[in-house]
Design a protein around this ligand. Sequence first.
Ligand code: TYD
Ligand code: MG
Length: 456
Amino acid sequence: MAKNKVFYYCQNCGAQSSSWLGKCPHCGSWNSFVEEVVKRDDSNNKWEKTAANTTASTPKLIHEVTYSEEERLSTMNHEFDRVLGGGLVKGSLLLIGGEPGIGKSTLLLQIALTMPGKKILYVSGEESEQQIRMRAERITAKPSNCYVVTETSTQQIFSHIESLQPDVVVVDSIQTLTTSVIESSAGSVSQIKECTAEFQRFAKATGTPVILIGHITKDGAIAGPKILEHIVDCVLQFEGDRNYGYRILRSIKNRFGSTAELGIFEMQSSGLREVANPSEILLSHRDESLSGTAISATLEGMRPMLIEIQALVSSAVYGTPQRSATGFDLRRMSMLLAVLEKRCGFKLGAKDVFLNIAGGIRVDDPALDLAVVVAILSSNVDIPINSNDCFAAEIGLSGEIRPINRVEQRIAEADKLGFERIFVSKYNAKALDKTKYNIEIVELGIIEEAFRKLFA
Ligand code: TYD
Ligand code: MG
């Protein structure tokens, strides 16, 4: 006879308690505990937590443990493979998160349709089979070995898997699934946790890679609570500005590779296109020089790319000047403005300053500083920057131009794209072999020098 147990779960962090609490002792959020009934029944889902599933373990000497190189399945999507560190590892459990409408379902359906020779089961709890078919039509017309099923009960899903024996399983999304062990509604902490654990046991036991799609909560955590992140092997995040076509796939956790890699895609009417050369994001406008734009040689993860910074400085119409930054940290911009005011004597205090990073992407790279300052100065004095100049340096509080990491990689990228001059810190330039590049490397020590060289 099934015995029901009642537990209370914090819907924010997943903490469990046997009684209701007003404030979560783990994450400190108020009023977040919700009652969830955990039912032990006698269903026949063999991936549920049962004593029969645990095999006896024996401690071994670490160098006696045998291992083989992880076997990887290439998805034939180079950007996706790159983020994973070379393909899907056998028996791994992946979680891919992102805001609604960003393209998670599109990305995974596309991978399912184009993975050569592999049998893939695409389980959807969100869309009907017809909807998925219509989406597939947009992506590719070629026949594939991808099966679809609309199902939300994990028991049913595992029985489909048993009869179909797929090589890869995709689940869209983990929040829609329910397992019969837990009585609470789909999307609650205990359901998400238990469904993920079932898939993890399945993946490990059969060696089948499983990819789970998870929604992101309003404060940015994947799959609601953070609890999933340590159950799964990889956590990927799909992000981008929905008003632009570019999407970035980042790895937040990867047990089989580096988290510094990232994949870049562009959403088109026929699915996601792989962007092998990220600098193309800016290259469209390079022929015209306008005041207020400067190009920065940045590094996202391990990938160098050149992006355009746009600034607009104008007299404040209202009493308090406005400051706004898109894709760049506003506090960092305020700091740079203060440095300009103090070191270069620019009276920017009475001006509105707007800053924008082209392509709708967000970059956190200190090397952007110099390009940001140059764009602001260029807009302020209304003198365009030569479109063959680019910049890569951090700016310190006293106006000094500071060195940045991996400068060779940035210079090589700018060189490859045909830029004629790159402005870097003199501390970076010291260690460089300048004969290697066609591009002229301009060394800067303090911010005034940049101003003199560009606008004097
Ligand atoms: P979707 O994959 O449904 O997002 P998610 O699963 O993350 O919620 O993608 C939604 C958007 O992608 C939708 O607004 C339409 C757009 N889209 C294209 O622009 N081109 C395409 O080929 C496809 C399939 C979708
Ligand atoms: Mg979706």
